[in-house]
Design a protein. Structure first.
Length: 201
């Protein structure tokens, strides 16, 4: 649901709730209750998503409802397992648009020009996690290394970045399709206007 007053300020709240991803009241496990999840999304992102034909509610709810949430878990291992599960679901969306999304940062292996060790961006691709340094060089990375030397963005931050990434990819694909259509018309026009070999004799 979009809040009009927030939309005027350039930011809207997109409310999400999932029957599968219900959060249960720990004091009474026999009475499951739904918790409304609110994701703040810039108005510009919402408009771009509409123009690109991307249904924000559908994508975000699919991601959330595909997760198995165990509220009893409280250890770091539970958090890591949750991120792994989240990444598997996100990769399905990435495959559709041939996209990737930044999900965190990890300590770099090489200092920059000034001698400082910078953080490498952690990027989730369709084939796994990679780390990209300031020179845009990439290497494969495992979650265990990120746990020791880096950190993941929060799940909602990742969802916001995911939407932006999918929108950018969709816009790029649409632009390519426009150019392909123009190229096809141009080639057909050339073919129609080219005299046959018999006419040229």
């Amino acid at each position: 649901m979009l809040n009009s007053s927030q939309a005027d300020k350039g930011e809207s709240e997109h409310s999400l709730s999932s029957g599968i991803a219900d959060i249960h009241n720990q004091s009474d496990e026999l009475r499951p209750t739904k918790q409304k999840l609110t994701l703040s999304i810039d108005k510009d992102i919402i408009e771009r998503a509409k123009d690109a034909g991307i249904n924000i509610s559908s994508i975000t709810e699919k991601v959330l409802s595909s997760l198995t949430l165990n509220v009893k878990g409280a250890s770091r291992e539970d958090v890591v397992r949750g991120y792994k599960e989240l990444f598997v679901v996100i990769q399905e969306a990435l495959k559709k648009y041939d996209a990737s999304v930044e999900v965190g940062v990890v300590q770099g292996n090489e200092p920059d020009e000034e001698g400082y060790t910078t953080g490498d961006d952690i990027i989730l691709t369709t084939y796994g996690l990679i780390a990209e340094d300031f020179k845009r060089r990439r290497r494969s990375i495992e979650i265990e290394e990120i746990e020791k030397y880096g950190q993941f963005w929060t799940p909602f931050q990742i969802l916001q970045k995911l939407l932006k990434s999918l929108i950018t990819a969709a816009e790029s694909h649409r632009e390519q399709l426009k150019e392909l259509n123009i190229a096809m018309r141009f080639v057909k026009a050339l073919s129609a206007g080219t005299p046959s070999s018999e006419e040229g004799v």
